[in-house]
Design a protein around this ligand. Sequence first.
Ligand SMILES: [Fe+2]
Ligand SMILES: [Fe+2]
Length: 143
Amino acid sequence: MNSTHPNQGPGELDIGIAEIDLQHRHLLYLLERLRSSTDKQYGYAANAILDELAIETRIHFAVEESLMRLLSFPGTEAHLEEHRKLAGQLEKFRQRAQDFDVADGLSSFIQTWLIDHVDSYDRKFVAHFLAMGVDPLAAPKPD
Ligand SMILES: [Fe+2]
Ligand SMILES: [Fe+2]
């Protein structure tokens, strides 16, 4: 898995809408950084990464949810419900992290919390967004 920089080339996670892909790559990057920080010794670095992950996740979900609403995506409610579930799982994960108990379940957390959601939910709105005129290449310029 790619743990270098989030804005690097296409990955398996990409759904074909650049702005969303950049956010997914950033979330994956943070999770991979969390993995390498827990490989050594759990501590301040891991907590800081989890804080950033919580913020970036809130922003990312808000972006997807606004787009779904504005573009009248039929699956919006189910998707929102799933985001609520994921936000709760992340919160639980952060609480477990306070007890230094996170390294073991991290791989399966990445798989179910990010990769499975993108595959089962985010991919479903792509055709609708594109049909509604979303520019798949529009994205913020890198810093
Ligand atoms: Fe989503
Ligand atoms: Fe997403």
